[in-house]
Ligand binder design. Sequence first.
Ligand code: 3H9
Length: 680
Amino acid sequence: MTVAALEVVNAVAVVTIDSPPVNALGFAVRQGMDAAFREAIADDGVKAIVLICAGRTFFAGADISEFGKPVQKPDLLDVLSTIENSPKPVVAAIHGTALGGGYETALVCHYRIAVPSARVGLPEVNLGLLPGAGGTQRLPRIVGVEKALDIITGGKPITAPKALELGMIDALAQEGQLRENAIAFAQQILSEGRPLQRVRDRQDLVEPARGKPEIYEAFLAKNAQAFRGFKAPYNIVKAIEAAAELPFDEGMEREKELFIELHDGTESAAQRYYFFAEREAARVPDIGKDVKPLPIASVGVIGAGTMGGGIAMNFLNVGIPVTLVEMSEAALERGIAIIRKNYENSARKGRMSAEAVEQRMAAITPALDLSALANVDLIIEAVYEEISVKKDIFAKLDAIARPGAVLASNTSFLDLDEIAAATKRPEDVLGLHFFSPANVMRLLEVVRGATTRKEIVATGMALAQKIGKVAVLSGVGYGFIANRVMTGRMIQANALVLEGPTPAEIDRAIYDYGFAMGPFQMIDLVGLDVIGRDSQERTLAGDLIKAGRLGQKNGAGFYDYDERRNATTSPVVADIIGEFAAANGVENKGALASEKIIARLLYPIVNEGAKVLEEGVALRASDIDVACILGYGWPVHTGGPMHWGDTVGLNKIVDELRGMGIEPAKLLLEKAANGTFFTR
Ligand code: 3H9
């Protein structure tokens, strides 16, 4: 079949687009669709047109891989104009996800029908863009300005029943009957002589917002925190304001200008890069589709602490029963009570029903002995980071786990090969490194040991997808990927704070870069006594602890806190830092510009990333970016450390690292010297 097929059924032309996997609106699709519409419009026997897609979904949007390249005509706006100006009614028949340019295509059709399982939306904001094919002008005309602001800056798809309520679609079809129902809908439109509804002509819902800049000011003020560091939401708001203020064609011009500004900026380039990076991370070059993941129908988790409990919830959430093992009755009860509390909190917020809470709790089998794990398909050890304890558990599991069961450790720093060697089946051992809180964070580092067999690796990767996580494959190495590369930031922060910049100045620079908080705010949140508790050396944190400063929990850490946990700078801390610096012979060089603070804290991460690549611990630079973005909240609009490094310039990073006395990694030097990049 060609990309576009045209069939006439009782005077209704059905234009079917078939371009796997997601019917993205690339050149071939645009060309095929344009030709099919011209043919249907010219055919006197055709009275109405249905636009439908084959395969798993209606158009998932413009073809993201075409961005940044010259546009081949017809462009999307040309095709949409042909559809909108059709003298015969056009019905969009939606299944799967009508997203971005896909939903914008539906918006130029005169009517929209969707199956209940379909979702529609304008997620361009997630790519650092705005809907550039009329979405910012047409959506406000059918849902009103205020709802359009939420929908387009939020970027979340909306279910078909909800979309019907909002007026984003006109009718629901029966599941599995979309084509027939859409044809019948078109015939009904004809027989009732219903008009050609063009969204562009509607004014009723934008008029009430005209001349009211306060709507946009209030919206931006309310969302200041969420939009921090991103450009797209601001341009989206401007474009929606134009929908209310300007005639349609002028609004379209404004949308175009604002779209181009975003498209040409580094933020969108980074977010588009990230879109593909996340999908690329799922691919393991030497593991093809012929390697089948093992079925996982039951899981055992050893350790019901914060980590073990969070890990268990991932499986309970997707209906996989969990046997939870602890050493003592009290610890087991405590762990289970925390899981219940988490679920009940979700239920209180309306995210799940009380019945679902009970269902999930009933799927936990509590146990005090490892022998309870004899029949499960996957065992995840989540006890504390002590290699002898972990080895002891794996040695015991050898005699308990059924043959072929997957044996996983949640270790975050230790040598997985050493743990695997404690069993007689090291080929069945892998690392599943969850990030805390394990039921929330989307990153899962799947650690491949020296002897892990391919089916076990494939099982880890598939499992991540099943529980809604993004898997990044890591080789064995201290701290794997994210923890290892990000450690540099803390080391540098601790050194820099002795040289003049205050904790508040350092935190501010990192916050302004786009992280949720700076390193000292983070230590205060976690607790000074938790981080670095194993260290015997005199450290700055140690001096603060001696002065009774444990962090937010006792109202004093790197900052002072009031009873509502508002932070203020502390003169006592400034003295302790001064004394510690003097004791270590570190000279105070005064304040530092925030770009310099960023360079000092973050260039070493690019360097460590280069080493992780060089050593083969990470498969590709983009995997390091995915791990840092999802595991540490590295701001996605920079693309992650490696993409950002490419944007900043690798030569500049090499020079600055040398200025800090850090030897650049071999791979970094090579790339800087020959003008190549990590991520391009
Ligand atoms: C836009 O429309 C701009 C307009 O407003 C203005 C224009 C002027 N393009 O995610 P999956 C690929 S911006 C190219 O694994 P799922 C994807 O890379 C666009 N490729 O499947 C993957 O390839 P591979 C607005 C795309 O079932 C394969 O399809 N639209 C595109 O988990 C399968 O994808 C969006 O932002 C694309 N648009 O999820 C929607 N979409 O197999 C983006 C997907 O080689 N897409 N691919 O790795 C999605 O959110 C999800 O892909 C979707 C399916 C929900 C559709």
